[in-house]
Write a protein that binds this ligand. Structure first.
Ligand code: ADP
Ligand code: ZN
Length: 608
């Protein structure tokens, strides 16, 4: 038998012993092996997928220090605190350190004492630091939030453009770039700008199975929000609003009702913003009412819900924002309210903007895609993932799967739409097609002679809003397509034929005109283990105290998911405790005795 254990086995051992997790998730094992063996990698994984381990374990497997480039100072602090909690020697270099502290970190780095060093990109690129790198032993370079290199993205960081210098100066050091941004264009940009053409690309599924998607029509926004928050009493969450003014109003009304809510938007003073963000990270159960200025780089694992009181800007935005819920893998909810009035307002806003026409068309198309998600009677997750090019079965964990909406037979109107698109020559947008169906006497109708068509004025049974909704669903389900090459006109696809010929029907969700449906109870299933909830609360109180004493967020000590598992299993001894996911050697040593005492003290005997 060989005495040499493979890298893969060593990686698994570190995962079990240091991090306390029984198994790698998805592609993690393959990525760890590839990078530990010296390969370059580009990793695309959704938020909460577990990107950090992909470079942290190779950092431990390879000689030298892993240099991690990260754009977010708050995130560096928490990551380093969490690593130290695991007994791993890590440090960071950024503008928050004084000169003497920075020197001390550099000395430790050169002496080879650090396993991981987190560095802000602007510091990394200084001649001084690059020279320092030549004198150190480097295990690997990890480039976190790699999409910051994209000039078209909203997180663009000019310093990221300089990062290919790492490859030029240190061609033998493996690099791993990581991002949660999915689209193909950004991916291509990362590859070119960071010189990663030969890197192996790992793409994880973008599904977040523990997030339950719910989308409701707005009737009485304030009441609906309160009802939703009642379902999440005591839990941390984010409530997104479309404007600063609304943030202020909603935060004030929640606070007046006695809820622990804080406002956050770019109009607040910098120190107020920092204070609110800090409290959200460190305290438990706070509700952050915010514009989208809040959220980037928030890796708080126990955000239990994300609510949207206004339509997000696009499906990408919706996915990013909702992705901040449930990073710890426990049940979480993404809840959105929408109103037809908001949609009309957004359309006017797009039309009134000074942007060029091409840009406006894309903005309308993105809004349409979002509305199709909102109006679909099918599985939300399926629609969401389809938008990112991923096929999946109905999920069983969204409002539509759990409580299928009422449908009406829209086959006839759908056929009318397809005929009108066809007869007008497959070159017009939704507006004109609807004008024709409704028999409107517009300049365009006259100019093209469309008042002479057989389809002119055949659509009196629905109003404009319903025709629009029907058109969006025909687009979403692939009966129509937007011809971007030809000025964004609508055209039929092959799928339209059986529907036109009457071989297939078309069902549509009932929305307007129906009384709001009462939401069935949708709380996560209650836990079967008696007393587990009480024990969980005691463990949380103990953790809160400890986190306060140490000045770190509670999740740096132990995650909610770990406390849950302890409360359910009620381990009687250290051995049993060590089997709980999230309890590695170091945590067992540091907290094992205290945890067992809480279990014993509280009179919680282990289940028979
Ligand atoms: P990302 O950076 O991709 O958003 P993180 O690296 O912060 O995600 O990981 C998200 C959560 O999942 C963290 O709480 C982490 O401890 C946990 N995690 C990561 N890998 C595993 C695993 N193999 N088993 C159990 N939990 C894991
Ligand atoms: Zn579903």
């Amino acid at each position: 038998m060989s005495t040499v254990t493979s890298l893969a086995e060593q990686g698994k051992t570190l995962l079990n012993d240091v991090f306390g997790y029984p198994e790698f998730r998805g592609e993690q094992a393959a990525i760890v092996n590839h990078v530990a063996a010296g390969g370059d990698a580009l990793v695309l994984m959704p938020t909460g997928g577990g990107k950090s381990l992909c470079y942290q374990i190779p950092a431990l497997l390879r000689p030298g220090t892993a240099v991690v480039v990260s754009p977010l100072i708050a995130l560096m602090h928490d990551q380093v605190a969490a690593l130290r909690e695991l007994g791993i020697n890590a440090a960071y270099l950024n503008s928050s350190l004084g000169a003497a502290e920075a020197r001390a970190v550099e000395r430790a780095f050169l002496a080879g004492e650090l396993k991981l060093l987190y560095v802000a990109p602007e510091r990394l690129l200084t001649e001084r630091f690059l020279e320092l790198l030549t004198r150190a032993c480097i295990a690997l370079f990890a480039i976190d939030e790699a999409h910051c290199v994209s000039q078209w993205g909203h997180d663009f960081r000019p310093e990221y453009l300089g990062l290919n210098v790492l490859h030029e100066r240190f061609p033998r050091v493996p690099r791993i770039a990581l991002t949660a941004t999915a689209d193909a264009l950004t991916r291509q940009e990362i590859v070119t700008r960071l010189d990663l053409a030969t890197a192996r690309v790992f793409i994880a599924s973008f599904d977040r199975p523990n997030i339950r998607y719910r989308i409701e029509e707005k009737h009485d926004g304030a009441r609906q929000l309160r009802a939703f928050l009642d379902e999440h009493a005591g839990e941390a969450g984010i409530v997104y609003c479309g404007s600063r003014r609304k943030v202020e109003a909603v935060a004030a009304s929640l606070a007046a009702a006695g809820l622990p809510a804080l406002p956050y938007h770019a109009g607040l003073a910098a120190d107020t913003r920092r204070r609110h963000q800090d409290r959200f990270l460190r305290e438990e159960g706070l509700v952050m009412v915010a514009t989208i200025a809040f959220g980037m780089g928030i890796d708080k694992p126990d955000v239990r819900f994300v609510a949207h009181l206004d339509l997000p800007g696009s499906i990408e935005g919706y996915y990013q924002e909702t992705g901040r819920a449930g990073r710890d893998g426990l049940p979480a909810e993404a809840w959105m309210l929408w109103g037809a009035g908001d949609v009309a307002a957004q359309r006017r806003f797009i039309d009134a903007s000074a942007a060029e026409d091409g840009f406006k068309r894309v903005a309308h198309a993105k809004l349409d895609a979002l509305l199709a998600l909102v109006e679909t009677a099918g599985c939300r997750r399926q629609a969401l993932l389809a938008y990112f090019g991923e096929a999946s079965p109905p999920c069983g964990n969204c409002d539509n799967c759990l409580d299928p909406p009422r449908l009406w037979d829209a086959s006839e109107p759908a056929r009318k739409v397809l005929s009108a698109v066809y007869r007008t020559g497959q070159r017009f947008g939704a507006g004109h097609v609807i004008d024709v169906l409704l028999g409107r006497d517009t300049d365009n109708v006259r100019a093209w002679g469309h008042h002479n068509l057989s389809v002119f004025g055949i659509g009196g049974e629905l109003d404009e809003r319903r025709w629009r909704s029907l058109l969006r669903q025909l687009l979403l389900r692939g009966y129509l397509a937007t011809d971007y090459a030809a000025h964004g006109g609508l055209k039929l696809t092959a799928a339209a034929r059986p529907l036109l010929r009457g071989e297939q029907g078309f069902m549509l969700r009932e929305t307007a005109g129906h009384p709001p449906r009462v939401n069935p109870a949708r709380r996560a299933p209650t836990r079967p283990v008696a007393g587990a909830e009480a024990l969980f609360e005691r463990l949380r109180a103990w953790r809160r105290q400890l986190a306060n004493d140490k000045g770190v967020p509670a999740y740096v000590i132990l995650h909610d998911s770990t406390l849950r598992a302890i409360a359910d299993a009620r381990p009687a001894n250290l051995d049993a405790l060590s089997a709980v996911p999230g309890i590695g050697a170091r945590k067992l040593e540091a907290y094992g005795a205290a945890i067992l005492e809480i279990i014993a003290q509280a009179g919680f005997t282990p289940p028979a």
